[in-house]
Design a protein. Structure first.
Length: 452
């Protein structure tokens, strides 16, 4: 079922983003008086066709939904253009109009992101309250003094109400000097100002939060046993559902993640577990089972965490804004993610960020499916983020992309003559090779994550 949801969400996302992108090209082309021959959503064999009697444009839905295109009347296609249609041909238009038509696709993607983000802010965004869960011992977060139960109030001067809002300032600092100044509210009511210093290169890590040593508090973060697996070491030691783990050997336990990390790092060892059951303390010895994971032995005792419904309700927060403020916040978020995308691409090029963070269609489908199962706001936010990415990526100066065609327009503006067909042909082959290499890397990362 999750596969079908992911597939459906992926197809909806691609269809919407591609249609909006291509409609940008179409709309501006029509405004500039260029005749559009075909508007296609998808490639390959047409599934549905409609020819507009007013404009003569053929509207097509094709079998392969991984893209789309707008075909305009263009003498570079090698067709004879009648005299009466010379004034509606693409290359005959002024340079600024041709550039506007090319740039319209990415611009419409950014417009779509703005509209979607604004919609999320207006209807309400369900998020997780920014409470700190497990803090890894010796990590940058621990060195900065962060503690389990801290509520993050602001990061880099920006107020934080959900963990989702933590992403922009976190990535911003990760692309900079790696210094993250925070304001947190302690459980005792005091306010503290920890500063996490991870240095440059934070985004070289696949798991940014893991590199910080910081994990959000979850409804399963309390070190309380939910179920005990049959035949597992925990069952042999007498652990039961509802047992609260207090200490492992000489180490106190604050979160399930901390307990799990302790056990996973000690395969084959015997540990003493101090637990609380019905208000009484008990001690048990457990032999940690060694389980092979990708060739590495990992410790396991066979328990799953208890999900606390009251904590789950406490962690859930809905953030909603008035219409005017939502529009402003939608514009700000679109701008923030656009700038971050550009900076991240720059870091990928110079090696400042890990190329393992690049996802292909499989990763996007998983992302789409997960967000769709979470809820409407999460799915719409995912669409907005993908729309920003699509808009920015299409502006890259790579031949075959919109950015490459804009580069040709710039060359024409500087030299006073169009780029030669030979240069365009070579650029097109180069662009195809670059996109094929990028797609190959993305697919490799997807498969590595699935098989890993």
């Amino acid at each position: 079922m999750s596969f079908l949801i992911s597939l459906a969400a992926f197809l909806v996302a691609i269809a919407l983003l591609v249609t909006f992108h291509e409609f940008g090209h179409y709309w501006v082309a029509r405004r500039c008086g260029v005749k559009v021959l075909r508007f296609s959503v998808g490639f390959g064999r047409p599934l549905y066709c409609y020819v507009s009697p007013r404009t003569g444009t053929e509207w097509v839905v094709s079998v392969l939904p991984f893209g789309g295109y707008v075909k305009m009347l263009d003498k570079r296609e090698g067709v004879d253009i009648p005299e009466e249609e010379q004034d509606v041909e693409f290359t005959g238009k002024p340079l600024y109009q041709r550039a506007a038509i090319i740039a319209a696709g990415p611009a419409f993607n950014l417009l779509l992101a703005f509209l979607l983000y604004s919609l999320v802010f207006m209807t309400g965004e369900t998020g997780r309250r920014p409470l700190v869960g497990h803090v890894a011992e010796g990590s940058p977060a621990a060195v900065a003094g962060l503690q389990t139960g801290d509520e993050i109030l602001s990061v880099g001067g920006q107020p934080i109400r959900t963990w989702q809002a933590f992403i922009v300032p976190l990535l911003d600092s990760g692309l900079g000097d790696g210094v993250i100044a925070m304001e947190v509210l302690r459980e005792d009511g005091d306010v503290a100002y920890p500063v996490i210093d991870v240095g440059p290169g934070l985004l070289k890590n696949e798991n940014v939060f893991g590199a910080l040593g910081l994990h959000p508090l979850r409804s399963t973060s309390m070190p309380v046993v939910g179920t005990v697996l049959e035949g597992a070491p925990a069952e042999a030691a007498g652990l039961r559902e509802g047992d609260r783990i207090v200490r492992l050997d000489e180490s106190s336990v604050a979160t399930w993640e901390g307990m799990s990390g302790y056990i996973r790092s000690r395969p084959g060892q015997t540990m003493t577990v101090e637990l609380e059951r019905d208000g009484q303390r008990m001690w048990q010895e457990i032999r940690i089972e060694a389980v092979d994971v990708s060739g590495t032995p990992v410790g396991r005792i066979g328990v799953t965490p208890y999900r606390d419904p009251e904590l789950a309700e406490h962690l859930s927060v809905i953030v909603r804004h008035p219409v005017g403020e939502s529009l402003l916040l939608g514009a700000e978020r679109t701008w923030d993610f656009s700038v971050l995308t550009v900076r991240l691409i720059g870091q990928l090029i110079v090696g400042g960020a890990s190329v393992k963070n690049i996802s292909g269609p499989v990763g996007i489908a998983e992302f789409a499916g997960t967000s769709a199962m979470i809820g409407f706001a999460a799915f719409v936010s995912m669409l907005a983020l993908l729309s920003v990415s699509l808009g920015i990526l299409n502006l890259l100066p790579i031949p075959i992309l919109d950015g490459g065609h804009l580069l040709y327009c710039l060359a024409e503006a500087l030299t006073g003559r169009p780029v030669s067909p030979t240069v365009e042909a070579v650029g097109q082959r180069l662009g195809v090779a670059m996109l094929a290499a990028l797609m190959g890397l993305a697919l490799y990362n997807d498969l590595a994550r699935l098989l890993g």
